[in-house]
Design a protein around this ligand. Structure first.
Ligand SMILES: Nc1nc2c(ncn2[C@@H]2O[C@H](COP(=O)(O)OP(=O)(O)O)[C@@H](O)[C@H]2O)c(=O)[nH]1
Ligand SMILES: [Mg+2]
Length: 205
């Protein structure tokens, strides 16, 4: 089912919204979902094996010893009546086949970016642009990352001027939550101020 469609609207019921958290390998997707989730996030981390050498690109993230093999899943209540279900996408190229499944029913996405490896988020940006799924950029500010202004990042990614670019620290619950709040505001804006979906909690496809 598509969560953009209206099933008998009922404003009193909690609204469950499916959000994707995407971005390159090692950008902080698992960290982001883990920091913000109010349930113990489902993670499918595996130790990087020799088989993935030459397949998973770990350049620039060579201290990373695990990888998400399927997806991260978490949940956060933004305010009474609005629950976000977060689905972290697998960052490796060999899991592209899962993206269409994962994005089914999603209302929006966060593309995490690392200023040291900006190009790694191009595939996610291209994917959401081509599918018309609204997204915002969350720049995960690593200590040794480059200090770019949001406008410079928007230019570098050749984004639509309306696409929000927000700086964050994926390790911090407050910071990650404020990225999600920015996405919700953006979704309301692109949906013309309407509740983005009338889907009730527990009815995600
Ligand atoms: N210094 C710093 N490290 C981070 C930040 N976000 C993630 N990390 C670390 O970077 C590594 C990669 O993060 P991870 O969430 O596994 O990336 P994923 O591949 O996108 O899921 C982990 O060791 C994290 O602890 C950050 O904002 N600052
Ligand atoms: Mg991960």
């Amino acid at each position: 089912m598509d969560s953009r469609r209206s099933d008998s609207p009922d404003a009193a019921m909690p609204l469950a919204v499916k959000i994707l958290v995407a971005g390159g390998f090692g950008v902080g997707k698992t960290t982001f979902v883990g920091a913000v989730s109010e349930i113990r996030p489902l993670q499918t981390e595996e130790v990087l094996t020799e088989q993935s050498v030459g397949i998973d690109d770990i350049s620039g993230v060579d201290r990373k010893t695990t990888t998400t093999v399927a997806m991260d899943f978490g949940r956060i209540t933004i305010r009474d009546g609005l629950i976000l279900y977060l689905f972290g996408t697998p960052g490796q190229d060999r899991f592209w086949f899962m993206w269409d499944e994962l994005s089914h029913g999603a209302l929006g996405a966060i593309v995490l970016a690392d200023t040291r490896r900006m190009a790694d988020c191009f595939p996610a940006v291209d994917y959401f642009e081509s599918r018309g799924l609204p997204f915002i950029i969350g720049v995960n500010c690593f200590d040794d990352g480059f200090d770019y202004a949001a406008a410079e990042i928007r230019d570098a990614l050749d984004l639509n001027p309306q696409t929000p670019v927000v700086l964050c620290d994926a390790r911090s619950r407050e910071s990650a939550k404020s990225v999600l709040t920015s996405l919700v505001k953006y979704l309301l804006q692109v949906n013309g101020g309407e509740r983005p979906s009338s889907r009730k909690a527990g009815q995600l496809s």
